[in-house]
Design a binder for this molecule. Sequence first.
Ligand code: SF4
Length: 468
Amino acid sequence: METIFEERQDQIQVTNAETAFEIACNKDSLAGAVSQRACVFCGSRVVLYPIADALHLVHGPIGCAAYTWDIRGALSSGPELHRLSFSTDLRERDVIFGGEKKLYASLVELLDRHQPKAAFVYSTCIVGLIGDDILAVCRKVTAEKGIPVIPVMSEGFKGNKRAGYLAACQAMARLVGTGDTTGISPMSVNILGDFNLAGEIWLVREYFKKMGIQVVANITGDGRVDDIRRCHGAGLNVVQCSGSTMDLAKIMQDKYGVPFMRVSYFGIEDMAQALYDIAKVFLPHDPDILRRTQELVRNELSGLMPRLKALRKDLEGKKAAIYVGGAFKAFSLVKAFRHLGMKTVMVGSQTGTQEDYKELAEITDEGTIIIDDANPLELSRIVKDKDVDILVGGVKERPIAYKLGVGFCDHNHERKLALEGFEGMYNFALEVHRTVTCPVWRFTPRRSGVPIGKAPASETFTATNEEA
Ligand code: SF4
């Protein structure tokens, strides 16, 4: 059985101190390789979905809407309109005669019924093919109803998931700058690229509050249209999932002069570093902010470290494989596993850039497999060959782990337990501990007859075509 397609060899590299690290990425997925990635439309949908008081209308066949229905469990502290997945449900007849009339009628009906603050209209593959002019329809409805109706140019086939992120940022950028910035403090931030899957934004906002920083807009988790309209008045954009929202940060810097900073709220070092970096930006406004931040971090760590130590005892020496959407999260995960005494043997992403992968190669041990846009076949082979104890991924990676009899941690859309911040680090460690030490793995083929932690030495993985 072929495990690595020849055409994909330059997207899989093993780190080696002797040779320079080179990896190909941001390419269209190989046809037939069943990529773990999603389409352009899905990319834009995941970014915009958590804007909770907007109406999200998928212009396309019902399958596109079903595919992305409630795609992030993004929590809202108020309206829940985002949880509904509206679709124009295009049929054969619409494909032949055009879907613009149906789109117009759907928009008018939905806006009258739900009275949203704005509407996003997503273009899907078939709309790109039949050439419906969704811009004209959106313009018309905006004029008639007096609320922003924003087209999202996200035809699924026109690139990879990253193109969807860009389409989403361009759509949001049409809202930014249209609201009143009165009352915004110079010590203020927008939170970009956090999707509030399990209430993390509320946790991070609490840290900012203790530091004396105002949050103008959550973009996009627990997002609100009015906040986004005025967020160009904030002093700083703090970008976590940079793959998905960096384009918006760059647009805002160019257009409104709002600087941005890339951060991660996962793991101890990165969370603390994020707070210190943000505090330093506001030092000229408030010389006491650094002291308050240090106190916050100290208090959090004094409770966390003894709890982590207790879990580390059982996890020391275990092996982890990481496959996530954006590569930036992977940096924090590698460090978090190190805190637990674990070794990362594979790390990959769907949408990483050259810079991301180079940085990953630098922070991981020699011999770590770095992989871009993987498919299930490759992931399964690596997990088996490296004899990992836990695979970290999302909903599409979960069955791979369980079928192979290894632990799994959902670090993506589906989780219900916050993994960000200091409290999140403990939740992560506890989840890793529970799955890795679960006695059930003794009865799986991989572990059969071998006590936990005493698995047979793994074969060395090589990035070539091999017979299984
Ligand atoms: S936009 Fe295209 S690729 Fe994406 S779900 Fe719809 S049909 Fe599939």
